[in-house]
Design a protein around this ligand. Structure first.
Ligand SMILES: C[S@@+](CC[C@H](N)C(=O)[O-])C[C@H]1O[C@@H](n2cnc3c(N)ncnc32)[C@H](O)[C@@H]1O
Length: 245
């Protein structure tokens, strides 16, 4: 039984609007370029493929793309933009679901790893990625750096967006590595909608250890898809591990 929240129809139907900044061509373009370069004309498997934000443009750039996705509602949204023949998707948990074939690239973008709320599941996810890769193939993860430096003693909440139409903050449990993202969104009728998501944070070094357990070695770590340098101030990382022979 997977620990992840299963995204429902309402979340799926508002995903494009709620994550509008992630659909900006200035974000999608460099991400797809980065992933395409690693595929070298071959094939890719996206874990937690969602509505196909990245998979659709990657597929249309000439890469064969498949996906794994837990939420049937998110897959239904993807199907409004790409057919099963174009992008085959298996509905299931990315920690355990197996897709036929061997891939040049497996990728897990936009904090997807943190949806797995148990360390064992995150370890299994790395092993599952490695199991889908040809030797020399790459696993790429885009993940936030836990914002613990912003937590003074006694405080458990970190705001990440305080605007007139949206207020978002994370509550963080440093012992369990549990994280809850709270969103208050103003609706057209001036009422507020509350949404909450549950996550598990992991440090980049913990990811490296999970990769090592799966037979993957770190090839590169960047601050973003533009290959900018990862530093102590980076709020997220784009990490690339290679499947060892
Ligand atoms: C932030 S969205 C990212 C979707 C897409 N990768 C993107 O970049 O737009 C996170 C996705 O992870 C999916 N998800 C959560 N837990 C999962 C799991 N255990 N296995 C597969 N997919 C999962 C959710 O249903 C959702 O579609």
């Amino acid at each position: 039984m997977v620990s992840s929240d299963v995204w429902d129809e309402q979340t799926a139907s508002s995903y494009v609007e709620d994550s509008a900044d992630m659909f900006d061509p200035a974000v999608v373009g460099p991400t797809v370029d980065f992933l395409r370069d690693l595929c070298a004309g071959g094939s890719a498997l996206e874990f937690a493929i969602g509505t196909g934000r990245l998979a659709i443009p990657l597929s249309r750039s000439g890469i064969r793309v498949c996906g794994i996705e837990l939420s049937p509602a998110m897959v239904a949204e993807l199907r409004t933009g790409a057919s099963e023949a174009e992008i085959p998707v298996v509905t299931g948990d990315m920690a355990t679901t197996v897709v036929p074939g061997e891939f040049d690239l497996v990728y897990l973008a936009y904090n997807g790893l943190s949806n797995l709320r148990l360390q064992d599941e995150q370890v299994a996810c790395f092993r599952n990625a490695a199991g889908h890769l040809r030797p020399g193939g790459h696993f790429v993860v885009e993940l936030f750096v836990p914002p613990l430096r912003r937590l003074p003693p006694g405080q458990t909440a970190v705001p990440f967006d305080v605007g007139t139409d949206h207020v978002g903050f994370d509550t963080i449990g440093p012992v369990t590595q549990a994280c809850r993202s709270h969103h208050y969104t103003r609706l057209d009728d001036d009422t507020w909608r509350y949404d909450v998501g549950n996550f598990r944070y992991a440090w980049p070094s913990e990811c490296d250890l999970m990769a090592q357990l799966a037979g993957l070695g770190l090839a590169a770590r960047y601050a973003d898809w533009d290959r900018s340098a990862f530093t102590a101030e980076s709020t997220k990382h784009v990490s690339v591990w290679r499947r060892l022979a």
